[in-house]
Design a protein around this ligand. Structure first.
Ligand code: GUN
Ligand code: ZN
Length: 447
């Protein structure tokens, strides 16, 4: 038997059933891109994956390690939420309006409250704990126009050691006075925040114009300058969500050939740009997103809730012009912080287009697919050795109905496990999350 390598006392092992992806199931045969290990061992050291594989094979080299065993559960890489507004947590489920009216009636007054640091702290703390309770370990987050609302979110994420990406929301027109900032001031504030937060521990920065409607040419120009000065920060915004929004954008930017072109003209479309929604997008825009290496945040619960429309996932994942896509909750337009519920609505959106979204593809979009969308697949998204050990332990029998539906847990084939995960993604939510680990440490739930 080989000797156990000497590992620091922080090293530990998790035993259980694991599932992750090593390739994209939209383009590859399932056996080539899915790893399902019914009895596996994950060895974690200093927050990273030290070893991973079948228990019998890995255990021999790590006989003395403290091991936590999860029986009758399924362990997945931590979920990634590719677009969510922490500042809208408290106004989730606001009745009766489509995008522009909904923003004016519910969102803007709620975001105004983030001028108050204590309020921002309470909500940031609540929001991040909710992410963890839902098995989400990384998120790309919108804040508000107030710099303290950004600093506080980053501080709270840092306290939890989460990998989080966020930025100050840029707004300089077409919103109430109390939620407008001067473009030059916002530029300076964003610049300072990039220097303060981007790359600090696990935190990263995103330049975040809210959407074209609320930014002047000057503001988008300055955003483009920042992106040119700091090329490895992200750009994060909304694109083509709602018909009225698209029409209004065309009026405001008569020299742009379409909505995406507004962002293109200001140098905001590249391989670290993430565009939420893209529901009302034509084929040419999909092609340009593909060529730029930009990513789309698919927000199913939000698109249904606001009646925005059906995202054309198949077009985005076409062979000819593949676009990187990840799933996103988009709370407060989204109706849940659970990526499981988000997968469930993604399935229904595809059904309404005469197509189906299988359990593996949906799980991919919430893990490795989203990591690729963020160009963070060298750090996140699966259990490859050296990656950050963020993962979620799921209970496929979490509720009486799920226990009935998934009564036999044994899964001998990929088809068996797909069938069980599908049951969980349609019926499950935060109740299915037994534990969440951040950088190898238990952040929510039970050992
Ligand atoms: N477009 C601009 N702002 C927002 C927002 O807060 N939520 C959604 N869903 N779309 C937007
Ligand atoms: Zn949004």
């Amino acid at each position: 038997m080989p000797d156990s390598p000497s590992l620091p006392s922080s090293a530990k092992a998790i035993r259980g059933a694991f599932l992750d992806f090593v390739g994209d199931p939209f383009y590859m045969a399932e056996p080539d891109c899915i790893r399902y290990i019914p009895d596996g061992l994950l060895v974690v050291e200093n927050g990273k994956v030290q070893a991973f594989g079948a228990y019998e094979a890995v255990q021999q080299a790590y006989t003395h390690l403290e091991t936590t065993t999860y029986t009758n559960n399924l362990i997945l890489p931590g979920f990634i939420d590719l677009h969510v507004h922490y500042s809208q947590t408290e106004m989730i489920a606001a009745y009766g309006a489509q995008l522009l009216e909904w923003l004016n009636t519910y969102v803007f007054p709620t975001e105004a409250k983030f001028k108050d640091a204590e309020h921002a702290r309470n909500i940031a703390s609540f929001f991040l704990d909710e992410l963890l309770r839902n098995g989400t370990t990384t998120a790309l987050v919108l804040t508000t126009i107030f710099p303290t609302s950004v600093d506080i979110l980053f501080e709270e994420a840092q306290r939890r050691n989460m990998r989080l990406i966020a930025g100050q929301v840029l707004m300089s027109r077409n919103a109430p006075e109390y939620l407008l900032n001067d473009a030059k001031t916002a530029y300076q504030q964003t610049r300072e925040q990039i220097q303060r937060w981007h790359g600090k521990e696990r935190l990263l920065y995103a330049i975040t114009p809210r959407f074209a409607i609320t930014s002047t040419d000057e503001e988008l120009h300055l955003a483009g300058e920042l992106k040119a000065e700091f090329p490895d920060v992200y750009v994060h915004t909304h694109l083509s969500e709602n018909r009225q929004e698209v029409e209004y954008t065309a009026e405001l930017f008569p020299n742009s050939k379409d909505y995406l072109n507004v962002y293109e003209q200001f140098g905001l479309v590249g391989d670290r740009s993430v565009f939420a929604h893209c529901v009302q997008l034509d084929d040419s825009a999909f092609q340009r997103l593909s060529e730029a290496g930009a990513a789309i945040a698919f927000c199913p619960t939000s698109n249904l809730f606001l009646g925005s429309g059906l995202f054309r996932l198949s077009q985005a994942k076409s062979e000819d012009y593949p676009v990187k896509v990840g799933l996103a909750t988009d709370v407060g337009a989204g109706t849940s912080l659970s990526l499981l519920k988000t997968m469930s609505d993604a399935y229904k959106i595809m059904q309404l287009q005469g197509e189906s979204l299988g359990a593996f593809k949906a799980s991919y979009l919430a893990t490795l697919g989203a990591a690729k969308a963020l160009s963070l697949d060298d750090k996140l998204g699966n259990f490859e050795v050296g990656k950050e050990a963020d993962f979620v332990v799921l209970d496929l029998q979490a509720t009486p109905l799920m226990a009935l539906r998934n009564s036999a847990l044994e899964a001998d084939s990929l088809n068996d496990i797909a069938e069980k995960i599908f049951g969980m993604m349609i019926l499950g939510d935060d109740r299915a999350v037994r534990a969440t680990y951040v950088a190898g440490a238990l952040a929510f739930g039970e050992k």
